[in-house]
Design a protein around this ligand. Structure first.
Ligand code: ADP
Ligand code: MG
Length: 687
């Protein structure tokens, strides 16, 4: 058995009890211990002479214990343990409080390292409660070095963990085989594995520590990405997809659209059609800011699919959105002769049954709907293309269920959440990515203001003026965190107070998450036909709603939203030809909140906002939620280590493109990657 796969109990001094505690930290095997990276370090390597010690500073000294340790008690019963130490430059006193163990742990005339803070008492130099460790020839673990600090669990101390790690490092000394062959390490300037284990835990210098850190960060990102890229290549290579027919008719049709497509739209359509033309299975993500015109791109792909004799579906996360897509489809694609239908959860069993039959018989070419599309009863006759809108609401598993409705149908995923490129490499590492990075012409900038609540009266007057000019407004409710129930009642109250106090003569509607789909539809409809002038809403309007006559978006308690979310909300206005406004109301007085909100007033570019959000919130938090089914990153950070992320991706591609894994030097890497892939695949199928 490989030594690294031995149980931690094989370490001297680790018994059943300690092993249990280690298991809590996810440490079972010696290998786990080596990959249990410190959460931080303290440089205690600098030894200071006693005569150089300054008051109130923290130092490490190397000194000999002189004479016996003395214990005494204060009047209130506190135990003091004192002793004197000396080095070649002078003497100091050490003192501990209420620590019964000190007396038997220090031996006079022996030399120790002591680390603690200096408190001068008159002329006397005193170190209070210093840590200590005997100065021995073997090199120290806890002092006189750059010391590692680990995340602990109760009952396990830093010292114990350090000792355990050290003994593993000694046991494998210079014997670990490196997953990365020398050639590969040279290519990407990576430190060797034995060196890296030593220096990530017990760094010989800060420089060596950086080298070790870089190697493990790279390794982590490399492993993650090779899994994703492997899946991607498998999709491309092993399974045969559908070869759709030529696109001439689609291109003709494009000319008849009421607008001409932007360059970005054309480029992305080109990328999609190229995927559809060959017999690979398309797995493509289309990213585009709100309002960039993703919907028509999806429709054109559906058209091409149907022209080739297949059925297409488009799945949206909410009924409101599905309906909206269906309406736009009828409007924009009506005269193509495509037969489109709708499927959603709120339909009666009979209605659904009818659509099921139409889908199965092939009577319908295109079906637009919600999750209802992936229910069991739905059987297609020839599903060729499945599109999901707003992917972030669908999991990998749902994507797989959708795909299973046909025989290797092409998949297209649309998302309006701009994701910084580095992040999308990870989150969507198994997809090809297209970006619509251009807005249709004539879009006016949404003027964004950041106000505090003292200016709300003025704001309401402004809204009235817009309403009188025939426009409409959204107002996103103040958020109540405590409970959903409270949130609901506060939304209801808030609407009522607006209606009675400020907007007596206008109809104010209310949309919230607890409403039945049919109620939501009613409210939306009354807003769509411009009967309701104001729509008070919780964040359910976040996704995709398109009502061009709405020109004002007010967001209360704006500080409680993420930047990306604010951007999404703001994207609900500015969809028509009139000037639109977004008003962020917040009384937050902390610096970061203010910075975030004023950033919103300065930029409209969703990708910039996403970058900023990522920097402000940190990559850890975003990936940390684990909602994406990806393994947690232990040492790398996708924001701070963006460069390494790119480099590791290049490395993976280099390996595949040059068939490197087939070379004998790479056999170890191949073995380890194969093991990981089967695990990743298992996880995805189990999900
Ligand atoms: P999103 O990318 O947010 O889904 P939509 O597809 O809903 O955006 O498009 C927003 C609006 O812009 C729609 O009314 C759509 O008809 C319109 N639109 C799309 N492409 C263009 C274009 N090239 N020129 C003008 N208007 C366009
Ligand atoms: Mg959309």
């Amino acid at each position: 058995m490989e030594i690294l796969h031995k149980d931690v109990k094989s370490i001297k001094g680790i018994g059943e009890a300690k092993a249990k505690l280690m298991a809590k930290l996810g440490i079972y095997l010696l290998e786990d211990l080596l990959y249990f990276y410190p959460r931080g370090y303290k440089d205690k390597s600098i030894i200071t002479d006693i005569d150089k010690l300054q008051n109130e500073e923290t130092y490490t000294i190397r000194a000999i214990v002189e004479g016996r340790l003395k214990e005494s008690r204060s009047r209130n019963g506190m135990l003091f343990t004192k002793c004197r130490v000396k080095d070649s430059t002078g003497c100091a006193s050490l003192v501990w409080f209420n620590n019964r163990y000190i007396k038997n742990s220090l031996v006079s005339d022996l030399e120790y390292f002591f680390h603690g803070k200096v408190k001068r008492v008159g002329k006397e130099i005193v170190l209070e409660s210093p840590e200590f460790e005997q100065a021995s020839a073997g090199g120290s673990l806890n002092l006189n070095r750059i010391v590692p600090y680990y995340s602990l669990t109760e009952g396990l101390s830093q010292k114990e963990l350090r000792k355990a790690v050290r003994s593993v490092i000694e046991a494998i000394y210079e014997k670990s085989a490196d997953v990365f062959p020398e050639e590969f390490r040279k290519l990407y300037s990576l430190a060797e594995i034995n060196f890296s284990f030593n220096n990530i835990h017990f760094p010989e210098s800060i420089y060596n520590l950086k080298l070790a850190e870089r190697r493990f960060k790279f390794e982590e990102l490399f492993m993650l990405q090779s899994g994703l890229i492997h899946i991607k290549r498998m999709n491309h290579e092993s399974k045969k997809g559908i070869r759709f027919l030529n696109s001439d008719k689609v291109y003709d049709f494009m000319k008849s659209l009421p607008f001409s497509l932007t360059n970005a739209q054309q480029r992305v359509i080109g990328e999609i059609f190229e995927d559809m033309d060959n017999d690979n299975i398309m797995n493509r993500l289309v990213q585009g800011d709100v309002g960039s015109g993703k919907t028509i791109v999806a429709f054109l792909a559906l058209y091409k699919c149907v022209l080739s004799g297949y059925q297409g579906i488009m799945m949206a996360p909410t009924e409101i959105l599905a309906e909206q897509h269906y309406l736009s489809f009828c409007q924009l694609m009506g005269h193509t002769g495509l037969r489109a239908g709708m499927l959603k959860g709120s339909m009666t069993a009979r209605q659904k049954q009818k659509v099921y039959e139409q889908i199965k018989s092939g009577e319908l070419d295109v079906v637009i709907g919600t999750h209802a599309l992936i229910q069991e009863g739905v059987e297609f006759c020839r599903l060729g293309l499945a599109i999901t809108d707003e992917q972030h609401r669908f999991g990998v598993r749902q994507r797989a269920m959708l795909s299973a409705k046909g025989e290797n149908p092409d998949m297209l995923v649309m998302t309006a959440t701009p994701i910084p490129r580095t992040l999308s490499l990870i989150l969507y590492g198994d997809l090809d990515i297209s970006v619509i990075d251009e807005m249709p012409p004539g879009r006016k900038k949404v003027d964004t203001y950041y106000i505090d609540s003292s200016k709300k009266d003025r704001m309401f007057n402004f809204i009235k003026k817009e309403l009188d000019a025939g426009r409409q407004a959204y107002i996103v409710c103040p958020l109540v965190e405590e409970s959903e129930k409270l949130e609901l009642s506060s939304a209801v109250e808030y609407r009522a107070s607006l209606q009675e106090k400020y907007f007596k003569d206008y109809k104010v509607g209310l949309l919230h998450g607890k409403m039945k789909a049919s109620e939501k539809n009613e409210v939306m409809e009354s807003f769509r036909v411009n009967e309701a002038k104001i729509m008070v809403a919780t964040t359910v309007i976040e996704v995709g709603v398109n009502i061009p006559n709405a020109t004002i978006m007010v967001i209360e308690n704006a500080e409680r939203f993420g930047l990306a979310q604010l951007h999404q909300l703001r994207g609900r206005v500015g969809r028509g030809s009139s000037q639109s406004y977004c008003i962020l109301v917040s009384d937050a007085d902390n610096e970061v909140a203010r910075e975030r909100l004023s950033y919103m007033t300065k930029t409209e570019n969703g990708f910039d906002i996403a970058e900023k959000d990522l920097v402000l919130r940190g990559g850890g938090e975003i990936l940390g939620k684990r909602q994406h089914g990806l393994p947690e990153l232990k040492i790398a950070d996708i924001v701070q280590d963006a460069e390494l992320l790119k480099l590791s991706r290049k490395a993976v591609e280099y390996l595949y493109d040059n068939n490197k894994l087939e070379e004998p030097e790479y056999s170890r890497m191949k073995k380890i990657l194969d093991q990981r892939f089967s695990r990743v695949l298992e996880e995805i199928t189990l999900n």
